[in-house]
Design a protein. Sequence first.
Length: 194
Amino acid sequence: MPEARLISPNSIVRRRVLEDVSGRAVRLPQEGALVHLQFRRFAGCPVCNLHLRSFARRHGELEAAGVREIVLFHSPADELRLHTADFPFTIVADPDKRLYAEFGVTSSPRALLDPRAWLPILRAVAFAIGGLLTGTVRPPPAKPHGGRLGLPADFLIAPDGRMIASKYGEHVDDHWSVDDVLARARQHISAWPV
């Protein structure tokens, strides 16, 4: 398998229209807004779910800073709708991993085997068990579409399509926090017209 091509800052992301899990058209990049493009793992992934809840809680701050969230999963849309209905941002299904390949986002056993991931995995599983017991979280699929070894990635994209910053995760919990995204947005907000 050829090595993934990593996208670096100042690269240009070509314009396209994606479709969210509800069938709505979503532009990438977006006029007048920065886009935080997140590549997550599979529908129901406990670590992804816990991570995205932190973004949902602070969604208003992100919007006020001019940041729009677009979150990709390598699961089919019908599976994703079961797990993401309460998130206030755009969720996109990429079950064939076309955008994953284009952006150089890969899978690796280190997603779960890296010791830095173990405590976050335990924390996320504990949260998921609590949610399962209260009926607020659905169980993940036994055999997730696209597998369990996906690595996360984050990209911040300017309205003109310029890649401002990128992060390729080394394990399942290696991703930007809300504070990381807001800090990067503040650093670059004056570089593009309102």
